[in-house]
Design a protein around this ligand. Structure first.
Ligand SMILES: C[S@@+](CC[C@H](N)C(=O)[O-])C[C@H]1O[C@@H](n2cnc3c(N)ncnc32)[C@H](O)[C@@H]1O
Length: 312
C-alpha cells in the first residue's frame, strides 16, 4: 500500500487523485509481479526444479539440512534441554515449500517431524509422488495467514516450528508484517516455538551474474535489516540474523544451464537470447574464477534469521 496523506474534510477523509493513482500503480505492479512468479514456478516441473545444484548436490543439501536443523532446534529431545518440548512429535510448517524436496530431506533425518508443505503452485505430482505419511501438502499462498482466525482450516495453526526457506522475497513488502503476524499466531503458545527465515543478501551476494540480472536480483531481494524489523513488528522475540557461507565450485557449463533454464525467478523475464548473452558475459567477466578444470568458483551466501514466539 502507498503511504497515504489524508485530507480531512468534516468526518470524512479523502486521498488525493495522485495518491489514488500511485496506489493503483502499486496494485498493478504487485499483480504483475505475482503473475511473473506464478508463470515462473508453473513453467517448472518437479524434476526440472529439483535438478538445480542447490537442490541436487548431496554435500550442499546435507550442509543446509544441518544448519536448518540447528537454527530451528529440530534436534530437540526431551532430555536435550529443560526448555525444549517433549519431542515425540514436532509439527513444522514449510511455507513456500516448493516440491517438498527439503521437507523430505528433513523428515529423513528427524523421526519425530511432521511437515506441512504449504505451496501456492503445488504440482499434483509432488503430492502423488509423496509416500511419506509425515509430510502433507496444502495448495495455498502465504497470504492465507493474513487475518487467519482460530476457526480457519487446521493447517493454519498449531505449529511448533515455522520454516520460510528462500521464499520471503516473493511476498509483497506491504503484506509482510500481516503475514508474519498470522504466522506468529500459527505457532503453539510454547516457549520453544520458533521461526526460521532463510534468504540471500540483497547486494553482497557472490553469484556469477551479469549487471542486468544483478539489478533484477537487487530489486526483488529485501534487505536482512528490513526482514528483521518486520519479524519483530509481527510480535516475534529474540530475532537473530547470521550469514552462512558455502564455497561452491561447479562446472561453468552447469551454471550456464541453470541460468538458461531459469532456475531462479531472477532470470524469468529475460529472453533466451539475453540469457545466452548474459552467460557469455559471465564467462568473460569471471575468468579469474574459472579454474583449469572448467569449474567456476563462488560463494553461496545464505542469511539465517531465527526468532522465538515468546519472550522467555
Ligand atoms: C526459491 S523457491 C524455494 C522453495 C523451497 N522453499 C526450497 O527452498 O527449496 C520459492 C518458493 O516460494 C513459493 N512462493 C512464491 N510466492 C509465494 C507465496 N505468495 N506464498 C507462498 N509461497 C510462495 C514458490 O512457489 C516457490 O516454491
Amino acid at each position: 500500500m502507498a503511504a497515504q496523506t489524508t485530507v480531512g474534510f468534516g468526518d470524512s477523509t479523502f486521498t488525493t487523485a495522485q495518491e489514488d493513482k500511485n496506489e493503483c500503480m502499486e496494485v498493478t505492479k504487485k499483480k504483475q509481479e505475482e503473475t511473473t512468479i506464478a508463470n515462473h514456478y508453473t513453467a517448472h516441473s518437479t524434476e526440472s526444479y529439483e535438478a538445480a545444484f542447490f537442490l541436487s548436490s548431496g554435500d550442499y543439501c546435507n550442509y543446509l539440512n544441518q544448519l536448518t536443523s540447528a537454527h530451528l532446534h529440530l534436534h530437540a529431545t526431551p532430555s536435550s534441554s529443560p526448555l525444549e518440548p517433549a519431542a515425540e512429535s514436532m509439527r513444522v510448517l514449510d511455507l513456500g515449500g516448493g516440491t517438498g524436496k527439503f521437507a523430505r530431506d528433513l523428515v529423513e533425518i528427524h523421526d519425530h517431524l511432521h511437515v506441512v508443505v504449504v505451496e501456492p503452485f503445488l504440482e499434483h505430482t509432488a503430492v502423488s509422488n509423496n509416500h511419506n505419511e509425515r509430510i502433507s501438502f496444502v495448495k495455498a499462498p502465504a497470504e492465507s495467514f493474513i487475518d487467519a482466525t482460530p476457526s480457519a482450516a487446521a493447517w493454519t495453526f498449531g505449529y511448533d516450528r515455522l520454516l520460510l526457506k528462500e521464499m520471503i522475497h516473493h511476498l509483497a513488502p506491504s503484506d509482510r508484517v500481516a503475514i508474519l503476524t498470522g504466522l506468529h499466531q500459527a505457532l503453539r503458545p510454547d516457549p520453544t516455538s520458533r521461526l526460521l527465515v532463510t534468504t540471500r543478501p540483497q547486494v553482497e551476494m557472490d553469484y556469477p551474474m551479469w549487471p542486468a540480472a544483478r539489478a533484477v536480483w537487487e530489486n526483488n531481494q529485501p534487505t536482512a535489516e528490513s526482514l528483521c524489523r518486520d519479524i519483530q513488528a509481527a510480535g516475534f522475540h529474540h530475532v537473530r540474523c547470521s550469514l552462512q557461507v558455502y564455497p561452491v565450485a561447479i562446472p561453468l557449463d552447469i551454471w550456464r544451464t541453470m541460468i538458461v533454464s531459469r532456475f531462479w525467478s531472477t532470470f524469468y523475464s529475460f529472453t533466451d537470447d539475453e540469457l545466452r548473452a548474459g552467460c557469455d558475459q559471465i564467462e568473460a567477466d569471471y575468468q579469474d574464477r574459472i579454474d583449469d578444470n572448467g569449474l567456476i568458483h563462488f560463494e553461496d551466501r545464505l542469511i539465517f534469521i531465527s526468532a522465538c514466539r515468546s519472550d522467555h
